[in-house]
Design a binder for this molecule. Structure first.
Ligand code: NAD
Ligand code: ZN
Length: 360
């Protein structure tokens, strides 16, 4: 038996207002005047002075606003990398991603592709990256995905939606400042928060479960119940707790795997562009046969926060489209093996999956 030798985020700051320490942290990492820091910032913050004014730019440092209507594409990453190379004589001192899963994934992918030749689509998969990334920092502004701790950056390429999974992907530094999440819209708070909840359910009910994953998963699961079903937390406490839940949920799947909701959500994402958090919710709502307790809690959470999920997203699809979604979902073999076991292929047939998609 060979056990995974898992890389982790090297440094992390947690606390309200810790974002103010960014300058100090970066100062130690500057490689000179011609090696700028590039800040990718979710474009929702473009006019948010309270956040932007706290990013100090020196020399050739640059803020680049990233639109988040769509999830990151390999072509977008290649373009961002090319822009940096064309405009600078030296490699940047570091890449900083400030935003949700999208912007953090963009920061990770660009940091990797600055030191690895070719196109990012060629690195979608497991352990294809050959050289260490440049210094990269993740600063979440919404909690749930666990992208701040994971060893992947999820990209949609010409052929597949698949992460660049590597030991070089995790951030060198993370700043967890729950105050940054204060203006997240309610629906989005729920969808991204449920990503964390689903990580826990899929990890805790998977065949890959082990003591490491369980300890993180159980903690995050309890936090989610308190945040989404309890009545005792103040708004600020709930923000703090969700940031910790996201971290722990990410740690839990790091050493196990996600399951059916994620596999099917990738299918929806690839074909219809449904975003990760929302896609998980749409799918998970119909998985009571596979995760009965988790789905029952999910339905309570949905009701408590008065969340109305889109219905009939697959209503008008043609056969070839269902087939494509099924292909994408089934290509994520480790997720199915974790969810159902080694003989998953004999249990989850194309017909069953089709039936599930048709309900959504
Ligand atoms: P997101 O990045 O898609 O952002 C969702 C929305 O919230 C956006 O409109 C954004 O502008 C807004 N937003 C973010 N912070 C805000 C704030 N503080 N105030 C107001 N609005 C704010 O959301 P997400 O759910 O965090 O990320 C989803 C992405 O993460 C997907 O691309 C998915 O593939 C990826 N993901 C990655 C991993 C990983 O391990 N790398 C894990 C799960 C998901
Ligand atoms: Zn997820």
């Amino acid at each position: 038996m060979i056990y995974k030798n898992y890389p982790m985020v090297s440094r992390v700051v947690f606390g309200r207002g810790s974002f103010n320490q960014l300058d100090e942290i970066l100062a130690l990492k500057r490689n000179g005047r011609n090696a700028p820091f590039i800040f990718y910032v979710d474009d929702v913050f473009k006019d948010k002075h309270w956040l932007i004014s706290r990013i100090t730019l020196s020399y050739k440092d640059k803020i680049i606003y990233i639109p988040t209507k769509e999830e990151p594409k390999t072509s977008q990453i290649d373009q961002l990398v090319e822009d940096i190379i064309l405009k600078n004589s030296e490699l940047p001192s570091g890449i900083i991603g400030i935003g949700g899963g999208i912007v953090m994934d963009v920061a990770k992918a660009v940091a990797l592709m600055l030191t690895n030749k070719g196109e990012s689509k060629d690195y979608q998969g497991w352990d294809l990256i050959k050289h260490a990334a440049i210094y990269h920092v993740g600063i979440p502004t919404i909690s749930g995905t666990g992208a701040e701790v994971s060893r992947t950056t999820i990209l949609t390429g010409p052929e597949r939606k698949l992460g660049i999974n590597s030991d070089y992907t995790p951030f060198d530094q993370v700043i967890l400042d729950p105050e940054l999440t204060k203006d997240v819209p309610k629906d989005q708070w729920f969808y991204t928060g449920m990503d964390c909840f689903v990580h826990c359910v899929e990890s805790l009910n998977g065949t890959y479960l082990n003591a490491f994953s369980q300890s993180y998963g159980e903690k995050a699961f309890e936090l989610c119940k308190e945040i989404f079903l309890g009545d005792t937390l103040s708004t600020e406490e709930a923000q703090d707790q969700l940031m910790m839940a996201s971290w722990h949920g990410g740690m839990s799947i790091a050493y196990s795997q996600v399951g059916i909701a994620h596999a099917m959500s990738y299918g929806l994402g690839y074909l219809l562009g449904v975003k990760h958090g929302l896609g998980n919710c749409i799918v998970f709502d119909h998985l009571e046969d596979y995760y009965p307790d988790g789905v029952a809690l999910f339905k309570q959470m949905k009701a408590k926060h008065n969340i109305k999920l889109p219905q009939g997203v697959c209503a008008n699809l043609e056969d070839y489209q269902f087939n494509k979604m099924i292909d994408v979902a089934f290509s994520l073999e480790p997720l199915w093996e974790n969810a159902i076991g080694k003989d998953w292929k004999s249990i989850m047939t194309r017909e069953k999956l089709l039936e599930l998609y048709k309900k959504m």
